[in-house]
Design a protein around this ligand. Structure first.
Ligand code: FPP
Length: 250
Protein backbone atom coordinates (compact mmCIF):
# COMPACT_ATOMS: atom_id res chain seq x y z
CA UNK A 1 0.00 0.00 0.00
CA UNK A 2 1.35 3.47 -0.85
CA UNK A 3 2.54 5.50 2.14
CA UNK A 4 -0.12 8.21 1.60
CA UNK A 5 -2.96 5.66 1.60
CA UNK A 6 -1.73 3.85 4.66
CA UNK A 7 -1.17 7.13 6.59
CA UNK A 8 -4.76 8.12 5.87
CA UNK A 9 -5.99 4.83 7.31
CA UNK A 10 -4.19 5.21 10.62
CA UNK A 11 -6.28 6.25 13.61
CA UNK A 12 -4.16 8.91 15.32
CA UNK A 13 -6.23 8.53 18.50
CA UNK A 14 -5.35 4.87 18.87
CA UNK A 15 -1.60 4.69 18.39
CA UNK A 16 0.49 2.18 20.29
CA UNK A 17 2.11 4.04 23.20
CA UNK A 18 5.15 1.80 23.21
CA UNK A 19 6.60 0.06 20.14
CA UNK A 20 9.40 -2.49 20.53
CA UNK A 21 11.54 -3.72 17.64
CA UNK A 22 13.89 -6.68 17.29
CA UNK A 23 16.16 -5.30 14.54
CA UNK A 24 16.92 -8.57 12.78
CA UNK A 25 18.19 -9.57 9.36
CA UNK A 26 21.22 -7.28 9.03
CA UNK A 27 23.56 -10.18 8.26
CA UNK A 28 21.27 -11.74 5.65
CA UNK A 29 20.67 -8.34 4.06
CA UNK A 30 24.44 -7.89 3.70
CA UNK A 31 24.91 -11.43 2.35
CA UNK A 32 22.18 -10.92 -0.23
CA UNK A 33 24.17 -7.96 -1.53
CA UNK A 34 27.57 -9.64 -1.38
CA UNK A 35 28.64 -7.31 1.46
CA UNK A 36 30.35 -8.11 4.78
CA UNK A 37 28.05 -8.55 7.80
CA UNK A 38 29.12 -5.27 9.40
CA UNK A 39 27.76 -3.42 6.35
CA UNK A 40 24.37 -4.86 7.29
CA UNK A 41 24.65 -3.46 10.81
CA UNK A 42 25.58 -0.03 9.49
CA UNK A 43 22.64 -0.13 7.10
CA UNK A 44 20.52 -1.21 10.11
CA UNK A 45 21.58 1.92 11.98
CA UNK A 46 20.47 4.01 8.98
CA UNK A 47 17.09 2.29 8.99
CA UNK A 48 16.79 3.03 12.70
CA UNK A 49 17.31 6.77 12.12
CA UNK A 50 14.27 6.91 9.84
CA UNK A 51 12.09 4.87 12.17
CA UNK A 52 13.05 6.97 15.21
CA UNK A 53 12.21 10.12 13.30
CA UNK A 54 8.83 8.72 12.22
CA UNK A 55 7.93 7.50 15.71
CA UNK A 56 8.81 10.93 17.04
CA UNK A 57 6.61 12.67 14.45
CA UNK A 58 3.73 10.31 15.22
CA UNK A 59 4.04 11.15 18.95
CA UNK A 60 4.70 7.55 19.92
CA UNK A 61 5.73 7.66 23.59
CA UNK A 62 8.36 4.92 23.70
CA UNK A 63 10.40 3.08 21.07
CA UNK A 64 12.48 0.16 22.40
CA UNK A 65 15.07 -1.34 20.06
CA UNK A 66 17.05 -4.51 20.67
CA UNK A 67 20.58 -3.46 19.66
CA UNK A 68 22.76 -6.11 21.32
CA UNK A 69 21.72 -9.15 23.29
CA UNK A 70 23.68 -10.79 26.09
CA UNK A 71 23.82 -13.82 23.77
CA UNK A 72 25.40 -11.81 20.91
CA UNK A 73 28.81 -12.20 22.64
CA UNK A 74 28.81 -15.70 21.08
CA UNK A 75 29.46 -14.09 17.66
CA UNK A 76 32.97 -13.79 16.21
CA UNK A 77 34.99 -11.14 17.99
CA UNK A 78 35.30 -9.03 14.80
CA UNK A 79 31.53 -8.83 14.48
CA UNK A 80 31.03 -7.97 18.15
CA UNK A 81 33.66 -5.23 17.78
CA UNK A 82 32.01 -3.84 14.69
CA UNK A 83 28.62 -3.66 16.44
CA UNK A 84 30.17 -1.99 19.51
CA UNK A 85 32.03 0.52 17.32
CA UNK A 86 28.82 1.23 15.48
CA UNK A 87 27.03 1.87 18.77
CA UNK A 88 29.77 4.26 19.83
CA UNK A 89 29.57 6.08 16.51
CA UNK A 90 25.76 6.19 16.72
CA UNK A 91 25.69 7.63 20.23
CA UNK A 92 28.30 10.27 19.31
CA UNK A 93 26.84 11.23 15.96
CA UNK A 94 23.11 11.07 16.61
CA UNK A 95 22.89 12.72 20.01
CA UNK A 96 22.70 16.30 18.65
CA UNK A 97 19.85 15.50 16.31
CA UNK A 98 18.03 13.35 18.89
CA UNK A 99 18.33 16.16 21.44
CA UNK A 100 17.15 18.78 18.94
CA UNK A 101 14.09 16.65 18.31
CA UNK A 102 13.29 16.49 22.05
CA UNK A 103 14.02 12.74 22.15
CA UNK A 104 15.05 11.24 25.46
CA UNK A 105 17.60 8.40 25.35
CA UNK A 106 17.35 5.65 27.92
CA UNK A 107 19.33 2.42 27.88
CA UNK A 108 18.19 -0.93 29.23
CA UNK A 109 20.41 -3.93 29.95
CA UNK A 110 23.83 -4.53 31.42
CA UNK A 111 25.34 -1.66 29.43
CA UNK A 112 27.66 -0.57 32.22
CA UNK A 113 29.63 -3.80 31.61
CA UNK A 114 30.46 -2.67 28.05
CA UNK A 115 33.87 -1.20 27.20
CA UNK A 116 34.56 2.03 29.09
CA UNK A 117 34.58 4.28 26.02
CA UNK A 118 31.02 3.20 25.19
CA UNK A 119 29.79 3.49 28.78
CA UNK A 120 31.16 7.06 28.91
CA UNK A 121 29.42 8.06 25.68
CA UNK A 122 26.13 6.48 26.76
CA UNK A 123 26.24 8.33 30.08
CA UNK A 124 26.75 11.61 28.24
CA UNK A 125 23.76 10.94 25.95
CA UNK A 126 21.50 9.95 28.83
CA UNK A 127 22.54 13.02 30.79
CA UNK A 128 22.17 15.39 27.85
CA UNK A 129 18.68 14.24 26.86
CA UNK A 130 17.28 13.44 30.32
CA UNK A 131 14.89 16.41 30.46
CA UNK A 132 13.46 15.93 26.97
CA UNK A 133 9.74 15.32 26.89
CA UNK A 134 9.23 13.76 23.44
CA UNK A 135 9.79 10.20 22.27
CA UNK A 136 11.68 7.98 24.72
CA UNK A 137 14.22 5.99 22.69
CA UNK A 138 15.00 2.92 24.78
CA UNK A 139 18.14 1.28 23.42
CA UNK A 140 18.30 -2.26 24.75
CA UNK A 141 21.94 -3.24 25.06
CA UNK A 142 23.72 -6.27 26.46
CA UNK A 143 20.31 -7.50 27.55
CA UNK A 144 18.70 -10.90 27.93
CA UNK A 145 15.28 -11.29 29.54
CA UNK A 146 16.14 -14.49 31.43
CA UNK A 147 19.16 -12.74 32.95
CA UNK A 148 16.98 -9.79 33.87
CA UNK A 149 14.33 -11.98 35.51
CA UNK A 150 16.99 -13.93 37.45
CA UNK A 151 18.48 -10.63 38.62
CA UNK A 152 15.03 -9.44 39.75
CA UNK A 153 14.60 -12.63 41.81
CA UNK A 154 17.98 -12.06 43.48
CA UNK A 155 17.17 -8.41 44.26
CA UNK A 156 13.78 -9.36 45.69
CA UNK A 157 15.37 -12.07 47.86
CA UNK A 158 17.96 -9.59 49.12
CA UNK A 159 15.25 -7.10 50.07
CA UNK A 160 13.29 -9.84 51.86
CA UNK A 161 16.41 -10.90 53.80
CA UNK A 162 17.15 -7.29 54.72
CA UNK A 163 13.56 -6.85 55.91
CA UNK A 164 12.69 -4.23 53.27
CA UNK A 165 10.01 -6.45 51.73
CA UNK A 166 7.58 -9.05 53.08
CA UNK A 167 7.14 -12.25 51.06
CA UNK A 168 3.34 -12.02 51.28
CA UNK A 169 3.45 -8.53 49.76
CA UNK A 170 5.16 -9.67 46.55
CA UNK A 171 2.81 -9.33 43.61
CA UNK A 172 2.99 -8.25 39.96
CA UNK A 173 3.14 -4.55 40.83
CA UNK A 174 6.01 -5.06 43.24
CA UNK A 175 7.80 -7.34 40.76
CA UNK A 176 7.49 -4.69 38.04
CA UNK A 177 9.31 -2.17 40.22
CA UNK A 178 12.44 -4.34 40.08
CA UNK A 179 12.53 -4.53 36.29
CA UNK A 180 15.00 -2.38 34.38
CA UNK A 181 12.03 -1.01 32.43
CA UNK A 182 10.12 0.00 35.57
CA UNK A 183 9.68 3.58 34.32
CA UNK A 184 8.26 2.54 30.94
CA UNK A 185 4.85 1.21 29.99
CA UNK A 186 4.81 -2.32 28.56
CA UNK A 187 5.16 -2.51 24.76
CA UNK A 188 1.81 -2.44 22.94
CA UNK A 189 3.30 -3.59 19.65
CA UNK A 190 6.38 -5.73 19.01
CA UNK A 191 7.79 -5.75 15.49
CA UNK A 192 10.22 -8.41 14.28
CA UNK A 193 11.50 -8.17 10.74
CA UNK A 194 13.51 -10.76 8.77
CA UNK A 195 10.99 -13.61 8.72
CA UNK A 196 11.97 -15.15 12.06
CA UNK A 197 8.97 -15.96 14.23
CA UNK A 198 10.44 -15.83 17.71
CA UNK A 199 11.05 -13.49 20.64
CA UNK A 200 14.75 -14.26 21.25
CA UNK A 201 14.82 -13.50 24.97
CA UNK A 202 13.56 -9.91 24.55
CA UNK A 203 11.50 -8.28 27.33
CA UNK A 204 9.74 -11.55 28.22
CA UNK A 205 7.86 -10.23 31.26
CA UNK A 206 6.94 -6.96 29.58
CA UNK A 207 5.41 -8.45 26.42
CA UNK A 208 2.85 -10.68 28.14
CA UNK A 209 0.00 -8.86 26.34
CA UNK A 210 1.89 -7.18 23.53
CA UNK A 211 0.58 -7.53 19.98
CA UNK A 212 3.21 -9.24 17.81
CA UNK A 213 3.84 -8.28 14.20
CA UNK A 214 6.25 -10.07 11.88
CA UNK A 215 7.49 -9.24 8.41
CA UNK A 216 9.83 -10.94 5.94
CA UNK A 217 11.62 -7.64 5.25
CA UNK A 218 15.21 -7.49 6.55
CA UNK A 219 15.78 -4.72 9.08
CA UNK A 220 17.96 -2.51 6.81
CA UNK A 221 15.10 -2.49 4.29
CA UNK A 222 12.46 -1.71 6.93
CA UNK A 223 10.92 1.62 5.94
CA UNK A 224 8.41 4.03 7.49
CA UNK A 225 5.71 2.44 5.29
CA UNK A 226 6.37 -0.89 7.08
CA UNK A 227 6.07 0.84 10.44
CA UNK A 228 2.75 2.36 9.38
CA UNK A 229 1.53 -1.01 8.11
CA UNK A 230 2.37 -2.58 11.47
CA UNK A 231 0.54 0.21 13.30
CA UNK A 232 -2.44 -0.11 10.98
CA UNK A 233 -2.69 -3.87 11.58
CA UNK A 234 -2.22 -3.32 15.32
CA UNK A 235 -5.27 -1.04 15.21
CA UNK A 236 -7.37 -3.78 13.59
CA UNK A 237 -6.70 -6.16 16.49
CA UNK A 238 -8.89 -6.56 19.52
CA UNK A 239 -6.94 -6.60 22.79
CA UNK A 240 -8.83 -8.58 25.41
CA UNK A 241 -6.14 -9.22 28.04
CA UNK A 242 -7.67 -12.60 28.77
CA UNK A 243 -11.17 -11.15 29.14
CA UNK A 244 -14.08 -10.98 26.72
CA UNK A 245 -14.98 -8.33 24.18
CA UNK A 246 -17.93 -7.29 26.33
CA UNK A 247 -19.53 -8.61 29.47
CA UNK A 248 -22.21 -10.48 27.51
CA UNK A 249 -19.38 -12.52 25.98
CA UNK A 250 -20.19 -11.56 22.39
C1 FPP B 1 20.51 -8.74 14.25
O1 FPP B 1 20.76 -9.01 12.90
C2 FPP B 1 21.08 -7.45 14.61
C3 FPP B 1 22.00 -7.22 15.57
C4 FPP B 1 22.57 -8.27 16.43
C5 FPP B 1 22.53 -5.88 15.80
C6 FPP B 1 21.51 -4.77 15.70
C7 FPP B 1 22.22 -3.54 15.63
C8 FPP B 1 21.93 -2.53 14.81
C9 FPP B 1 20.78 -2.45 13.89
C10 FPP B 1 22.85 -1.41 14.85
C11 FPP B 1 22.19 -0.14 15.11
C12 FPP B 1 21.72 0.00 16.48
C13 FPP B 1 21.91 1.11 17.14
C14 FPP B 1 21.23 1.35 18.43
C15 FPP B 1 22.77 2.13 16.57
P1 FPP B 1 21.61 -10.31 12.56
O2 FPP B 1 23.05 -9.94 12.53
O3 FPP B 1 21.28 -11.39 13.54
O4 FPP B 1 21.10 -10.66 11.14
P2 FPP B 1 20.99 -12.14 10.54
O5 FPP B 1 20.00 -12.87 11.38
O6 FPP B 1 20.51 -11.89 9.16
O7 FPP B 1 22.37 -12.73 10.57
Amino acid sequence: MAIKNITQKIDMENLPRHIAIIMDGNGRWAKSKGLPRFAGHWAGAEALRDIVSNCSKLNIQVLSVFAFSSENWKRPVQEVDSILNLLLYYFKKEVDSLHKNNIKIVVTGDWEALPKRIVCEIKKCIQRTRNNSGLVLNIVLNYGARKELSRVCIDICKDVIEGKLKVHNIDEDIFRKYLSTKDLSDPDLLIRPSGELRISNFLLWQIAYTELWFTEVYWPDFKPKDLLQAIYEFQQRERRYGGLKNKAGE
